[in-house]
Each structure stands twice: as C-alpha cells, then as structure tokens.
Design a protein around this ligand. Structure first.
Ligand SMILES: *[C@@H]1O[C@H](CO)[C@@H](O)[C@H](O)[C@H]1NC(C)=O
Ligand SMILES: *[C@@H]1O[C@H](CO)[C@@H](O)[C@H](O)[C@H]1NC(C)=O
Length: 555
C-alpha cells in the first residue's frame, strides 16, 4: 500500500513584487550542491539560492507566476519558522501546490519512532518520510489548509480523500489536529481520518489509560494492519491521546499507568495504590511479620511465609492444630505424624508424633527404641531437635513454644529391660525459653510407677556437653552422663550408696546429676546409660528397652 499525505493552502498566494523569481529550470529553487572544482583537496559544498525570500509552502512555490513547475523538492519557509527547509511539492494531483507531509511506499523507513523524532521529522523526501510536527504546525497555521490523503492499494487501486480545515497545534497543544471536515473523495465509503492527536501507523492493540497494556482487544477503528493510533508515550483516553503521565492512574515513582482495578505496591511494600474508576487511590501498606516483600510473577506485594496463609498483610498460620490435642479433638484417633503450629511459633509448621492412647492428644517430644542416633548431642541439636521416628528429641525450642501456649501435663513411659511397662505423669510441665536455658519452671504432682524425684530437675537449666549449666562445680554432668538434660546440682555429689548397681560399684566415682537420665546412652555403660529412679534408693530401672516422653493439655 502506498500512502501520501499532503497539505495545500486554500488560497493561492499572489505573486508580489518583492518576490524575485524566474521561470527557468536553472533558477528553480531546488536546493543544489556544487562541489568545488579546484585542486584544493578540501571538499566543500556551496548552497546557493536564487531568492532572498522563500515561499511559504508548495502552493506558494507553484503560484510564483512561473510557468508550470514539476513535482519535486523545493525550499520553503513558513511564517515564523526560523530556518528554511526542504519539502516535496506535488504538482501532479488535484491541481498541484501540495506540500507533502508524509509518504510511505516501501516500508524501508521505520515509522515506529519517538515523540521527538516525529517532532523533528525523519526519512527521505524522495522515498518515505514524515515532515515533522513542528514544521507542520508552522505550516498549517499560516493559512487555511486542505489535507489530501492518497492511498494506493497493493492491487493497484487508488483513491484519495481531501479534508478542509486542517491545522496542527503547537507542541504545547501536543500537535493536535483541530477539527477537520471531509471535503471530497473518490473512495466509498468515505475513509475515516485519524481523530484528534492520533497518528496513522501500524495499528496494534490500542493502549488506553484504563488498559495501558492494550490487552482488552484492538481498537475498533483499526482498519486492516494500519490505522489511527496514539504516538509513542501516549495513551488513548476517550477519543483523545494524552501523555501517560496525564492518565488518572499514572504512578510517578514507577513511571507507569496501572490498569483500572489493579494495584501497585512500591519498592519496599510500604504503600499500595489502587486504580479505581481511573483514579489512583493510595494507602499505607505493611507486610505481616510472617510475610516478605517480594516480586513474584511480576507482581510486587507482601507474600505470606510458608506455613502461613493470607493477603500478606495478615498471615495467619495455614495449619490450625496447636498440638496433638487439637488433632485429637478434630477426630483424628490414629497414632501418627501430624503437622502442628504452636501459638506464636516463629517458624513454619512442623511435624510431630501424636499418641492417641491414654486419653489421646499426646504430643511426643522424646523417644528411644535403640541406640541410633546418639543422644550425646550438642546444644544446637537439642535446641532444634534431631533423630528419626524411632529415636528423636523434638527440640527444646519447640518444647518451649508448645508448653507455653496452654497448661500441659507430662508423661513418660518406659519398658524396662525385662519388658515391663512403667509410666510417670506430672500434672504440670512448662519449659522456659532459650534465654533461660530451657529451665523446667513448672512440674506438677507425680503419679505412676516410675519417675519419682523428677522434681529435683525442676528449676534446672538444660545442659549439653558443650553448655554446662548444671551448677555442679567443675563437673560437667551432660558430658559425664552423655546426655542433654536438666541436670541438677542437688544430686551433684558422690554418694556411695545410690545410683544404678553398675554405676554404684564402678571404680570411678561419678557425680549424680539427676534421678532420671532418659537421654542417656542406649544400653550404655556405667553412669552413661538410660535410667529412671522409681522408688527407694537403689531402685532404678536401668537400660530400659523403650522410653517415650510426651505432653498433653491438662484439662
Ligand atoms: C516500537 O518502538 C518501541 C520503542 O523502540 C518498541 O518497544 C516497540 O516494540 C516497537 N513496536 C513495534 C510494533 O515494533
Ligand atoms: C545460659 O547458659 C549460658 C551458657 O552456658 C550461660 O552463659 C548463661 O548465663 C545461662 N543463662 C542463665 C539465665 O543462667
């Protein structure tokens, strides 16, 4: 398709005495360049003009009382425009005198250009070009102009259309086309002309202030692959193209327009702006403590951490069980692994073993079935937990959060080396935080057939071989007993008559740091083994086959 657009002043300018002109081709006002013909190596070009005063447009050129002038490149200088410039004058159609402002005939020149390039003009007068909005503005403001659009289709058919009242405003007016009226055309139906402030170009899905990405479909006025479209940097609002920054939902800090109904969140997620009816409404925004400010799928907002669910500002845990009692109360009556989230737990939900016997709802925090892994672990391991489903320590940090969300009782079961089932219960159990070294600060009344004297561990800090909090002189109970435990200085002395049989008669005297060493070495040696005091002096269950410690809310 070929297209050319030209303007012509409605009133021909009369020749005046002040305008010098000739009719010869030699003195036409084509711009010429004449290379120097001396042997001077320096290249230079002369430009010379026959006239001291330039025509204002192609009509002026044509009407300068010459004999016929052929179409071609001439120099004009519209009123008020600083410099004269070249234009292509078409004298072949419609009576001639047309100043061509645009031509497209090959696609060789890219017309997808910036505002400033459209302002200055681009391309080649001999082939494809845009004259430039600034020149056009001066040109069309000096008289009443007609606009003529010539289109030649690829099948050879051609038609033209003329309009009257064509005028382009200045840059402040964004080079708007003022009201124009169709005049004449040999095309049926009468072709539509680009509305105010639009340009003719490749018609893509039109971006509007409401839909800055142009996703809601192609603009209905687009004919074929070309049509009226907003210049780069402009968006359609109503039937007008306006700068993106003038759209109601322009976000200055991001230099973008957000679509109606969508939201924009700033870099650090402290402000959230929504576009409602093409109006930007901003408010303070804050991520929940269980959320991060992040960009995902190109959307920036607060995103809840794993294990939490919500809009980012509010992120309640996605798991609602606080402990195995909640699991039990939700009618889960099978022993097994369930995911819980204690109140205030700063991490993600975690798995626990639940025991549903003996009233149900027991959250197991320790279990021994065999010797692997070792329970002679360091502070960090006891803090975070270790082991597998057969042998584990849940972790002091979890135990702390668990026992501080409601009132709990403690139970431990052991199966003695001879296979007898024994148990102990305490009516209260609570473990303090790490800053208090996980001190047992509550331990209620004992019942059962083992586990007496655990009360000696009450008020004691947790110790591991690398953090000795037992207050037992230089003696490191956790190291000697090979267990992380609430070792006690109350038992920290060397009695000859107490302790497990093997321990008692061991050649080396060892401190007695605890009446129960449930984290001792499975089938270990003297003083290191698992043991539990159950009645009188001398009475210990030594090296039990099975140990399990658990808690449930006290009703
Ligand atoms: C037009 O130019 C802009 C800016 O250079 C570019 O981002 C865009 O993809 C171009 N559009 C087409 C259809 O080539
Ligand atoms: C906790 O243990 C550390 C290291 O053993 C010790 O320095 C600190 O004083 C203990 N905290 C309290 C409250 O006793």
């Amino acid at each position: 398709m070929e297209l050319s657009v030209a303007v012509r002043a409605v009133f021909a300018f009369l020749c005046t005495a002040t305008i010098a002109f000739t009719s010869s081709d030699e003195t036409s006002i084509h711009r010429r360049s004449v290379p120097l013909t001396t042997d001077d190596t320096q290249m230079a070009h002369y430009f010379f003009y026959q006239r001291s005063e330039y025509p204002k447009d192609c009509r002026d050129v044509q009407s300068q009382c010459s004999t016929s002038k052929s179409s071609g490149v001439y120099i004009i200088k519209p009123d008020g425009f600083e410099e004269p410039f070249e234009v292509f004058c078409n004298n072949d159609v419609g009576g001639g005198g047309w100043t061509v402002i645009q031509r497209r005939d090959s696609g060789a020149v890219n017309f997808n250009r910036s505002w400033s390039q459209y302002q200055d003009g681009f391309g080649f007068l001999s082939t494809e070009f845009w004259l430039g909005n600034e020149k056009l503005s001066y040109l069309t403001n000096q008289a009443d102009y007609e606009l003529r659009v010539d289109i030649e289709l690829s099948n050879g058919a051609s038609f033209y259309t003329t309009y009257k009242g064509f005028r382009i405003t200045d840059e402040r007016g964004q080079y708007k086309v003022t009201h124009i009226e169709p005049l004449e055309s040999n095309a049926r139906p009468f072709p539509s002309i680009c509305p105010t402030n639009m340009i003719y170009g490749t018609c893509t899905c039109q971006a509007t202030c409401e839909d800055p990405n142009g996703q809601s479909g192609c603009y209905s006025d687009c004919l074929g692959s070309e049509g009226c479209t907003c210049p780069a940097g402009f968006l359609l609002q109503g039937s007008d193209c306006i700068r993106a920054s003038e759209c109601g939902c322009f976000v200055a800090e991001a230099n973008l327009v957000i679509p109606d109904g969508e939201t924009f969140v700033n870099d650090d997620c402290t402000q959230k702006c929504s576009c409602i009816n093409n109006q930007l409404i901003c408010e303070d925004y804050r991520c929940s403590t269980n959320a991060v400010c992040d960009v995902r799928n190109e959307i920036r907002q607060c995103y809840c951490d794993e294990g939490y669910e919500g809009d980012g500002e509010n992120c309640p845990p996605s798991v609602s069980y606080r402990d195995c009692q909640d699991v039990y109360d939700a009618d889960h009556r099978q022993d097994g692994v369930y995911t819980i989230m204690p109140t205030g737990w700063p991490g993600i939900p975690f798995d626990v073993h639940c025991k549903m016997e003996n009233g149900g709802g027991w959250t197991v925090f320790q279990r021994r079935n065999d010797g692997s892994p070792s329970f002679d672990q360091n502070w960090a391991a006891y803090k975070n937990g270790f082991g597998d489903s057969r042998n584990f320590w849940l972790g002091n940090e979890k135990l702390h959060y668990l026992t501080n969300q409601r009132n709990y009782k403690l139970r431990f079961d052991i199966t003695t080396s001879s296979g007898l089932a024994k148990y102990a219960e305490y009516t209260e159990f609570q473990v303090e935080s790490e800053s208090s070294n996980y001190t047992i600060n509550k331990l209620g009344i004992h019942s059962g057939n083992t586990g007496y004297y655990l009360s000696y561990n009450k008020g004691k800090q947790f110790s591991t071989h690398d953090r000795d909090n037992d207050a037992c002189g230089n003696f490191n109970c956790a190291e000697k007993h090979k267990s992380g435990w609430w070792h006690s200085n109350t038992w920290c002395s060397c009695y000859s008559y107490s302790y497990c049989y093997y321990f008692q008669y061991s050649s080396s005297c060892k401190a007695l740091c605890t009446p129960h060493n449930l984290n001792g070495v499975y089938n270990g040696g003297n003083g290191e083994r698992i043991f539990s005091y159950y009645y009188y002096y001398y009475n210990y269950y030594c090296s039990p086959q099975f140990v399990e410690m658990k808690i449930r809310p006290s009703s």
